[in-house]
Each structure stands twice: as structure tokens, then as C-alpha cells.
Design a protein around this ligand. Structure first.
Ligand code: ZN
Length: 478
């Protein structure tokens, strides 16, 4: 048997390399995403500054972390910056609120910065209104919602194209499951339990269908939509979003999941995630608008209304390339084979691929970056590092300055970012902990470890990524 040439030492200690290996050999669905939208169980106990300025959740207010996810989500766009992370620093002595934005691989567009400024100033204007200004409040809210929806219309259209089939599939699959149940257990009462939830979902599906055909017909250009029609879209989506919130955290959903688990309904288990995530993804943008609307009339926002706002956009960070970085698809394959060989594994061969019923080639070497310009520090980590630097500089003035512990993101973090934040939290004193809303099942090919505390964090990231390769990679022992 021929001896594989093993990757160089520098590549073997580079977490960026392992992250690429995971993305090339592990199927996406290996990673179970976390769903945290408006999750009342998110533990923000240690997010002291966040709670100090934005409060805890009570019946009327929003979860403070949602405000930042909403700002990030509403600033992301197809045209300018598809991914946004945002954080905040507050200085009581100078009365300045600083909103920190980071994007993907590019410098953030001026339009995105202007939009973030618009968001904060409209929220601030509304917060200054007194209880007697109901009419002005309504007018301003309407204006703000229209402006926000105009900005997100192309993304909203994409969300509908992508996720409304998930709901349709789920409904079809659920009906199949119910038919099977009735056949196997004619006297089963389980159907009763989920009937209410099922009818709610059917109703939502028809609402989503109507919204989708509206978005399809309206060419994404809000200036051509009649005021009346635009209001219909906004109201319909806001209402659907509120219904989804009740469903996601209601007993019905938990019962349904339990029922399926107990009945071992393999025909449906694959579709269980798409329902939750499909509902969530279809209404994430309308939900952000609701969050800001509630936040605008909240006491935490009123307390900040006489603060000036500064919008700071962070430049992308590419870092230094590893000297032995693979520069071609062939070199990637060779390096991965060498790595697996040293770990006692190998890639599946063609016969094994076909016997496992994998229709697509299981390895994505061709999509791996062959230049260091393609990997960059993800926006959430850029913001996390900025907040940390700010905190370090301001440690002598903790009473009147704060870098909030939360990083809002337009999408869920990738799993690598979430893990990096976990490692960072472990190695840093508790006061510098950073929170994010959760991670998605998407494993990116452009992840880069920040140049921060590499001695502590990089080896742990490497060990974790090696475990993932063994646990999720399409590989076999030699
Ligand atoms: Zn990431």
C-alpha cells in the first residue's frame, strides 16, 4: 500500500485547515442547529451590561438580545451586505450610544450604515413621544415599518422562495404520518392532540402562499406597490409572525414533537426540523420589525433617547495565510487523504459511495478556498473582538461605560463561530463573556480563526474539529 504524504506541521496546527476539511467531508445535516428565536430560556444571567441597559423580559417588553438580532437582521440586504453582526457600546459620561457593525468579506456599504442610523433614529424619535401623542406614534410607526419593509423586500422574497416549500412538505408528510397511524392504531387518540396545531399550520400555509404570490408579482420594488397593498402585506406578515411565536413556544408544538418521538415516526422525523425552522425563517424579518416597534415604546429606549448615536463599521479581517495552504483542488484532496491516513481513516471509494446510496459525490474539495483572501474572520467574531478591546480600554471606568455582552446576527452563527465563542468564554474571565443567539446547520468554507489568544484557543479548536471529522465525516477506518 502506498504511503500518503502527510500535511505539513503548520497545516496540522491550523484550525482553518480543519474547518475546511469538515466542510468538505461532512454532510450539512450532521450538524443539528439550535433554535433560539425569542427563546425565554436563553441564559443571559451573566450579560450584566445588557440587562443593566435593556432590562429583563417582562410581559410587555422584548428579550433584550432580540433587539440586536433585529437591528442586524434588518440591516442585511441582498444588494449591499448579505450578512451583518452588530454590537453596542454605551458611554454615560459622553452620552453616546455606539452601534458597531461588521459584514462579510467586504467593507460595509454606506447604504447599510445609513440604514442602521435610520433604524436607531426612528426608534429614538418614537421613544421621545409622550402618552398623549398616540396619533403621531401611529404615524411614525407606520412610516418606520414601511421603510424597514422596503429595505428587506428582496430578502423577504428569497425567504419565501426558500422556506415556504418546507411548510408544504411538512404538511404533506404530516398527513402521511396521520394516515399511517390511523391504519396501524385505529383507536389512537394522538391525532386529537395535534389536530389544533395542524389546523393552525394549514392556515398559516395559506397565508404564506398568498404573501408569496404577492411578493412574486411585485418585483421586489416597493416604490411600485400601492400603499394599500403594501399595508396589507405588512399587517398580514406581522400577524403571521405573532401566530408563529405562539406556536413555537406553545405546548402544542412540544406535544407534537413528543408524539412523533414516541411513535418512532421515521417517515416524519426528517421533516420535524424544517417545520420549526421553516416557520421561523419565514417570519424572522417581520418578527424583527415587531421587536423594534415594541422596543421603541419601552422604558430602556426612553432612557437612551437623549444619547447621541455613532454608527461604527468594522473593516474585514483576513489574517495571514498559513504558508502551506493548499492552492488547488488536487492539493486539497491530497492533504485531506494524508490527514485521514495519519488519523487511521480514509475516504470512501467509489464502490462504497454507491453501496451507501449516496447520489451526489460526498466530497466537496472543489468548493474549498485555494487563496487566503477567501477566508476571513466572520462578522460576529469581529464584533466580539471589538467589544472586548473596548472593554479592556475602558476597564477603569466600568460605571459609566459598557460594551454589551451580546452580538446580534442577521443569520444564525456558523457552528465554528459558536464554538470559538464558547472557547473564548472559557479562557476569559466571566466579565468578558459573549453571547449569540445560536448556530445553524450550515458549515461554511470561509471560516477563519481570529488572531486572538491563539495559544489557548487554536489547539482546542483543532481537537474539536478533529472529533467532528471522525464523528461526521464520510470516512471509514483503514
Ligand atoms: Zn461563523
Amino acid at each position: 500500500m502506498s504511503q500518503k504524504s502527510h500535511p505539513t506541521e503548520s497545516l496540522l496546527s491550523d484550525p482553518n485547515f480543519y474547518s475546511c476539511v469538515v466542510s468538505a467531508i461532512a454532510p450539512r445535516h450532521s450538524f443539528i442547529p439550535s433554535t433560539n428565536r425569542s427563546n425565554p430560556y436563553t441564559d443571559l444571567t451573566f450579560a450584566g451590561s445588557l440587562i443593566k441597559y435593556f432590562g429583563r423580559r417582562d410581559e410587555k417588553s422584548v428579550i433584550p438580545s432580540d433587539i440586536f438580532d433585529s437591528i442586524a437582521g434588518l440591516c442585511a440586504s441582498k444588494v449591499y451586505d448579505p450578512r451583518i453582526a452588530c454590537g453596542m457600546t454605551i458611554s454615560e459620561s459622553t452620552k453616546v450610544v455606539e452601534i458597531v457593525l461588521a459584514g462579510g468579506a467586504n467593507v460595509i456599504a454606506a447604504e447599510t450604515v445609513a440604514h442602521a442610523r435610520y433604524i436607531w433614529s426612528s426608534v429614538r424619535q418614537i421613544s421621545k413621544l409622550g402618552p398623549g401623542d398616540r396619533r403621531s406614534r401611529k404615524d411614525m410607526e407606520r412610516k418606520m415599518k414601511r421603510q424597514l419593509y422596503s429595505f428587506i423586500l428582496p430578502c423577504l422574497h428569497d425567504d419565501f422562495e426558500k422556506y415556504s416549500p418546507w411548510i408544504r412538505n411538512w404538511v404533506t408528510c404530516h398527513e402521511r404520518w396521520q394516515r399511517n397511524l390511523r391504519r396501524e392504531y385505529p383507536a389512537n387518540s394522538q391525532e386529537e392532540n395535534s389536530a389544533v396545531l395542524f389546523s393552525k399550520i394549514i392556515n398559516l400555509q395559506s397565508t404564506f402562499d398568498r404573501c408569496q404570490s404577492f411578493l412574486d408579482d411585485n418585483d421586489w420594488d416597493s416604490s411600485r406597490i400601492k400603499e394599500k397593498d403594501f399595508n396589507w402585506l405588512i399587517q398580514t406578515l406581522q400577524k403571521a409572525s405573532e401566530q408563529v411565536n405562539t406556536i413555537l413556544w406553545g405546548k402544542d408544538m412540544i406535544n407534537l414533537e413528543k408524539e412523533r418521538e414516541q411513535s418512532n415516526a421515521s417517515i416524519c422525523n426528517d421533516e420535524a426540523h424544517p417545520l420549526i425552522h421553516g416557520l421561523e425563517n419565514l417570519t424572522r424579518l417581520p418578527d424583527h420589525v415587531i421587536v423594534l416597534q415594541i422596543f421603541a415604546s419601552s422604558s430602556p429606549m426612553k432612557a437612551l433617547s437623549d444619547y447621541d448615536v455613532v454608527i461604527k463599521s468594522l473593516p474585514p479581517i483576513y489574517g495571514n495565510p498559513c504558508s502551506a495552504w493548499p492552492t488547488s483542488t488536487a492539493s486539497w484532496k491530497e492533504n485531506v487523504e494524508g490527514l485521514l491516513d495519519s488519523m487511521g481513516y480514509r475516504l470512501l471509494n467509489a464502490a462504497e459511495v454507491s453501496s451507501q446510496g449516496i447520489s451526489q459525490p460526498p466530497y466537496g474539495f472543489a468548493s474549498l478556498p485555494t487563496s487566503s483572501r477567501e477566508i476571513f474572520v466572520h462578522p460576529e467574531l469581529q464584533v466580539a473582538l471589538y467589544l472586548r478591546d473596548f472593554r479592556t480600554k475602558m476597564y477603569f471606568d466600568p460605571e459609566s461605560t459598557a460594551a454589551l455582552e451580546y452580538v446580534g446576527t442577521s443569520d444564525y452563527c456558523c457552528a465554528a463561530c459558536e464554538r470559538w465563542i464558547d472557547e473564548y468564554d472559557t479562557f476569559e474571565p466571566q466579565i468578558q463573556q459573549i453571547f449569540v443567539k445560536g448556530f445553524s446547520s450550515v458549515w461554511t468554507t470561509d471560516w477563519r480563526i481570529p488572531d486572538y489568544d491563539q495559544i489557548a484557543i487554536a489547539p482546542s479548536m483543532v481537537s474539536w474539529l478533529r472529533l467532528l471529522i471522525v464523528a461526521h465525516g464520510k470516512i471509514v477506518e483503514k
